[in-house]
Design a binder for this molecule. Sequence first.
Ligand SMILES: NC(=O)c1ccc[n+]([C@@H]2O[C@H](COP(=O)([O-])OP(=O)(O)OC[C@H]3O[C@@H](n4cnc5c(N)ncnc54)[C@H](OP(=O)(O)O)[C@@H]3O)[C@@H](O)[C@H]2O)c1
Length: 300
Amino acid sequence: MRVFAIGATGVLGRELVPRLVARGHQVAVMSPGGRQAALPPGVDRVRGSLLDPDAGELLAARVRGFDVVVNTATAIPRDFAAKDAWAENSRVRVEGTRVVAGAVSAAGVPALVQLSVTMAYPDGGERLLRETEPLDACAARAAIAAPVADLEATVRALPVERVAWTVLRAARFVGPGTVQDRQRADLRAGTVRVAGNGREFVSMVHVADFADAVVAAVERPARGLVLNVSDEPVRNGAYLARLAALDGVPGPVLSPGLRADAVSHRVCSAAARQALGWRPVRGIWPSDGAAARGIFCSGR
Ligand SMILES: NC(=O)c1ccc[n+]([C@@H]2O[C@H](COP(=O)([O-])OP(=O)(O)OC[C@H]3O[C@@H](n4cnc5c(N)ncnc54)[C@H](OP(=O)(O)O)[C@@H]3O)[C@@H](O)[C@H]2O)c1
């Protein structure tokens, strides 16, 4: 198949593009920055941003003749606490996805795989979060959830008889180059505090497992499916404690007195398993920890 992947030079792209190439697909990658040099040989490189003023026209011309467009573009802020931290990412999600949907329609590309995120679900407590759950509408999390809802609405508006679309809602990535590296560094530094009792659920997926799900979606175009893609959810406090133990360092400090504003996301991926024949195989734990290297043995 001819696959046009937007934003596939980052954490996910490093896993996704070699898989697509290995499966015999002809791949082109579009991204705005300088990371295209690391793409595998044989991949066409297109330099451009979805936020460029003429992005719509240029993209429509570029994607003509492709079998599927995969949109994985994102501009996640480096510092979540910074002023307007999410502004550019929101533009990539809202304006960028409109550009992609418009280009796919104009060029007659028959399929679209659009990335979304499970972080946009509301606090579900102990409840399993399935795709029918409405996304978070609370004002406190609007900066994160509202652009995701807009992105998905743009894709849902595409007529499925002309564009077979799939939205993959990804859980938080773990594995090399993900936020898990920073969590491990913070645990080693002893700076991790868990507000409340740490019993809220977190949903994560190994980035290589997620790349497998994207490949499956590319190869099995769906006519309008939204799918959660996550490994088994775990409780946050227990996750961080085990992550620390695997590296042979003390666990996080539970701080019941601290205000807990963490949301609980117990995401169910049964639909993706059924529709894509996908299942996670790598787990969520690092394979290079002190325990894995035999340096630390706890008897777990
Ligand atoms: N990381 C996570 O934990 C996580 C969790 C759930 C879902 N996701 C989703 O997975 C997808 C990939 O994320 P990632 O972790 O691989 O992100 P990443 O490592 O930050 O890579 C982002 C990609 O988007 C490109 N990009 C940035 N701004 C763009 C623009 N204006 N137009 C076109 N491309 C642009 C980047 O290009 P440059 O190389 O030029 O920077 C890069 O290729 C995203 O849809 C993200 O929302 C990520």
